[in-house]
Design a protein around this ligand. Structure first.
Ligand code: ADP
Ligand code: F6P
Length: 457
């Protein structure tokens, strides 16, 4: 069997595989990879200059090869073009995007540096699988160096509408580089339609009914493979976690109240300010539920050197103070807000304890938190998932309570509806969603992508 080579900007620390840092890419892939796989990418460390010779580590059957990013490259490539240009634009928030030609040229240079450092590690029959918007140019750079292996690309984030993509000055070059892959995977059917729209608008070319396109003499297959989790293992972890002393302490601290939980990276795409506003509206409009519900929001700091992320943190600190100041009682705090990464097992236990999972991103590629919340529930007494219609996960989970996260009143109403939902309805919705989360698993994601990369239908 051919070896799989994963290429991604973020690579887990091999010593922390049991509890990886926050982020869907690392979580989704870590649960799916078969032994023997090589995982190549950024070490997460900064040095004076970007590394050329990868540091190789073997752990738990996988080989990790990583390079450091030079300080200037980290700023222009990672903080700059990847996370201040592509990230907001692809999430359909053009007003937050900035474009700097110098950053873009360093983005290209870093993609070339990744290709150059990976080259000596490659074997002729390796299947190469590149991940996400940070590394759109790696395949083209490998091809330019004579690599003829099959190369696939998976986009973890949404694909933007053509009118938004138009804003990006190098959109044509980036689309052409995407089409240098043999397979392109996206999270949802909607993303695939938008990708086809962009290709039609930019190259005046249509994608065939079997989702293939030939561009510059190269054929690319566009597939939909939603990222998933290992639901059975996650449920077992949640059951174990419910016996842990921290989970018991959490339950005691609730003093019989219901728990509502949100778990996210501290990212403006996750819709946290609007979520807090909706909770405040709920507390104001449904006084009968006051003192009967506690909302725990766990938010892992992310990309803190980007100004917009710093501003978000300040905004949320302020809103937390305002909500708790207005509604707290001497023995009840309505909003518990933690800005840190919490261990995966503990999070599983908290999900299981929570009557409501509140997942309201303004735009999200998939959102694994929604799937984790479903997997963690007790099927005989499950909680209710409130899910943004703008999360990729909503395409596969129609039994969640759907909300438009921009509609504060609708989210407040959904919280009320979830609290009063009868047990049989909760069970019915949950069992339909659990079946989907179990079948759209981490391993199904990996296997279907690799099958397409091997040349399957
Ligand atoms: P993204 O990839 O944009 O961060 P996802 O919802 O797809 O969004 O994936 C987030 C992953 O990171 C999930 O597995 C979630 O459990 C984990 N995560 C998010 N926030 C935290 C946190 N505060 N502490 C620990 N894990 C977190
Ligand atoms: O899901 C999108 C994504 O950019 C992933 O690539 C990554 O795992 C996650 O968000 C966290 O972002 P970062 O790698 O910038 O910390």
């Amino acid at each position: 069997m051919a070896r799989l080579v994963i290429v991604s900007n973020r690579v887990p620390d091999p010593n922390e595989r049991a509890s990886p840092r926050a982020g869907g890419l690392v979580v989704g892939l870590a649960e799916a990879l078969v032994p023997g796989t090589l995982w190549f990418g950024w070490s997460g460390h900064r040095a004076e200059t970007t590394g050329t010779i990868p540091k190789v580590t073997d752990a738990a059957g996988l080989t990790y090869a990583t390079i450091d990013l030079g300080e200037a490259d980290y700023r222009a490539f990672y903080l700059g073009f990847a996370n201040s240009t592509l990230w907001p634009l692809f999430h359909m928030m053009p007003s937050l995007a900035v474009f700097d030609r110098a950053d873009y040229s360093i983005y290209r240079k870093v993609n070339e540096a990744f290709a150059e450092a990976l080259l000596p590690l490659l074997r002729p029959d390796d299947l190469i699988w590149v991940h996400d918007y940070q590394l759109i140019g790696v395949a083209a750079a490998l091809r330019a160096r004579g690599v003829t292996n099959r190369i696939g690309f998976f986009l973890h984030i949404p694909f933007p509408a053509p009118a938004v993509l138009d804003i990006l000055p190098p959109a044509t070059d980036l689309l052409a580089e995407l089409l240098a892959h043999d397979v392109i995977g996206v999270q949802t059917a909607r993303d695939r339609t938008l990708f086809a729209d962009a290709v039609r608008a930019v190259f005046d070319q249509a994608i065939s009914p079997d989702h293939r396109i030939s561009h510059n003499g190269h054929r690319t297959h566009i597939i939909v493979t939603p990222v998933g989790i290992d639901a059975r293992a996650f449920n077992a972890m949640a059951v174990r976690a419910s016996q842990r002393v921290e989970t018991r302490r959490m339950i005691e601290s609730l003093a019989g109240r219901a728990l509502m939980i949100g778990v996210d990276r501290l990212d403006y795409t996750k819709g946290l300010p609007a979520r807090f506003d909706a909770y405040e509206r709920f507390l104001a409009c449904y006084p009968q539920h006051r003192r009967k519900l506690s909302f725990l929001q766990i938010a892992a700091p992310s990309r803190e050197e980007v100004e917009r992320y710093r501003a978000l943190r300040e905004e949320l600190d302020h809103k937390t103070g305002a909500i708790n100041g207005a509604f707290s009682d001497f023995d009840w705090v309505p909003l518990r807000y933690m800005t840190r990464t919490v261990g995966r097992t503990l999070i599983a236990g908290f999900y299981r304890t929570a009557r409501i999972g509140l997942v309201t991103p303004l735009r999200d590629g998939m959102n694994l938190v929604a799937k984790e919340y479903i997997a963690a529930q007790n099927p005989l007494d499950p909680g209710v998932l409130i899910l943004s219609i703008f999360a990729g996960a909503a395409e596969g989970l129609p039994e969640a309570v759907p909300v438009n996260p921009f509609d504060i009143d609708a989210v407040a109403e959904a919280i009320h509806a979830a609290l009063v939902m009868p047990e049989d309805e909760r069970i019915e919705r949950h069992s339909a969603m659990l079946a989907r989360v179990q079948s759209e698993s981490a391993s199904a994601y990996c296997q279907s992508f690799v099958a397409a990369l091997t040349g399957g239908p």
